[in-house]
Design a protein around this ligand. Structure first.
Ligand code: S3P
Length: 168
């Protein structure tokens, strides 16, 4: 069974939707950030703080290559994972990439009190989200085999993901 790879911005619901899609399609759910944390023995925040973003991106690349070799998974990627084309290529080897597209206002509401995303721990969070999202949307679009509007509830989004991956 092919992998279903969920990509999109922080807060788009990749993990919540991914668990539902996995349970309903008989695949195993893997959260890429959790996978990296387990491999590194440190949280994402600690990796960023101690080693910097570039080191995190190298670990993320290794995770894309390792998970891309497997089959029968639903993979919730980190929000930056598919921005490198070689990451996307690795994930597409055995998988369909689905972009969960969201509005900046949805991100800001969902992540209002979040302290776990190093890129959003700033006073100008509103501006940072809007800028990052507009820079990244073309890159998610380039990576994706399908796009689902994901501002609504997770159950409906999961159904839409399953519908586009029906033949996989
Ligand atoms: C990141 C998104 C995070 C995590 C890291 C960097 C990004 O994952 O990988 O903080 O660059 O967008 P989530 O999208 O699961 O929050």
């Amino acid at each position: 069974m092919k992998n279903i790879v969920l990509c999109g911005f922080m807060g788009c619901g990749k993990s919540t939707v991914g668990r539902l899609v996995a349970a309903r399609s008989g695949r195993r759910f893997v959260d890429m950030d959790t996978y990296i944390e387990t491999e590194a023995g440190r949280t994402i925040s600690t990796i960023f703080a101690e080693d910097g973003e570039a080191a995190f991106r190298r670990m993320e690349h290794e995770a894309c290559v390792a998970l891309g070799e497997k089959t029968g998974l639903v993979i919730a990627t980190g929000g930056g994972a598919v921005l490198r084309e070689d990451n996307t290529a690795a994930l597409k080897k055995n998988g369909t990439v689905v972009w969960l597209n969201i509005d900046p206002d949805t991100v800001l509401t969902r992540l209002a009190g979040d302290t776990t995303r190093p890129l959003l721990q700033r006073d100008d969070k509103d501006a940072a989200v809007r800028m990052l999202l507009s820079d990244r949307n073309p890159l998610y679009a380039r990576a994706a085999d399908a796009v689902i509007e994901a501002d609504g509830d997770a159950d409906a989004v999961a159904k839409a993901v399953l519908a586009v991956c029906d033949d996989d």
